[in-house]
Design a protein around this ligand. Structure first.
Ligand SMILES: [Zn+2]
Length: 297
């Protein structure tokens, strides 16, 4: 997701609870930009209404999916920003339900549709009753947001967190190397491509700071590095020598996050998963060799 990381959002006493959402939405975000461009272009017909309602439904579903990822949030402050946006979404959903009732009313006023009168006592509920219930639900949602949004967002934003979130790509690589070294002593090497502190995170063409990590396991040499704005792991055995003497790779493992300042444990976990899968594949192939040998005997 091409979202630019910036300094942590601010929420002082003078900033309303929805300020975190507003600050985050202002950062470079292709999805938000696309919606804002459509809004600026103007929305005046049913195609616009249907498109926006469907986009909202898609993004609401995608939010559930994003949040369900094991590493969906690193800090309470991440949670505060998401909560701020979710409360804004809830309030807009209430507005949309109320607006739906008014829009249907306009169709009826033009004489282009008929709306049955609200059901009387003993009659089953109809469309008029349903629209009225949705309007009442909107009032309930406004009340919930008014009562809980500020408390929730402010408490999360103020909560101390201890996640070792790196400040730049170099810190990420170094922290991953340290974590891997804890797990596999003596086989992990951090290869530095610059002097200490001699890396400007703003001067980054997608290849991070140039440092990488080699991991030697069972005769295979892995290399963890940043390239093309993502984190990758290559195996030396996949390297192809070119006529110019350099080594190229036509296959590699891509880590689950492209975030330059990813949680080191997330990346270390991805790497260890690849190492474990390779190890079990090697054991599997040794196992089948044994079977072949047994058959020959
Ligand atoms: Zn570095």
């Amino acid at each position: 997701m091409p979202i630019k990381q910036g300094p942590a959002a601010l929420l002082d006493d003078a900033t309303p609870w929805n300020g975190l959402y507003e600050q985050a939405a202002e950062k470079q975000n292709d999805l938000v930009s696309e919606v804002r461009t459509a809004v600026e272009y103007g929305m005046h017909d049913p195609v616009d209404s249907v498109e926006m309602a469907c986009t909202a439904a898609e993004t609401a579903g995608a939010t559930v999916q994003a949040l369900s990822s094991p590493w969906s949030l690193y800090t309470p402050q991440d949670a505060a920003t998401v909560a701020s946006a979710l409360f804004v979404q809830l309030r807009y959903s209430a507005d949309a339900l109320a607006e739906l009732q008014r829009a249907v009313g306009r169709v009826v006023e033009r004489g282009e549709a008929e709306l049955v009168a609200p059901a009387g006592a003993g009659e089953s509920t109809n469309l008029s009753d349903a629209l009225e219930s949705l309007r009442a639900l909107s009032d309930t949602i406004y009340g919930l947001v008014a009562r809980h949004a500020s408390t929730t967002v402010r408490a999360l934003h103020a909560a101390p967190g201890s996640a070792p979130v790196p400040a730049d790509a170099h810190q990420t690589v170094a922290a991953v190397a340290a974590l891997l070294a804890e797990r596999r002593e003596g086989t992990v090497t951090l290869n530095t491509g610059h002097e200490d502190g001699d890396y400007d995170p703003h001067d980054d063409d997608g290849f991070g700071c140039g440092c990488d990590v080699t991991i030697l396991v069972d005769g295979e040499e892995y290399n963890f590095h940043r390239g093309d704005s993502e984190w990758s792991l290559t195996r030396a055995s996949d390297g192809l020598e070119t006529s110019s003497g350099s080594t190229v790779y036509d296959s590699w493992e891509t880590m689950s996050t492209t975030l330059k300042t990813a949680h080191p444990q997330q990346l270390a976990g991805d790497i260890l998963k690849v190492l474990a899968a390779d190890q079990s594949a090697r054991q599997g192939s040794v196992g089948s060799l044994r079977v072949v040998t047994t058959d020959r005997n």
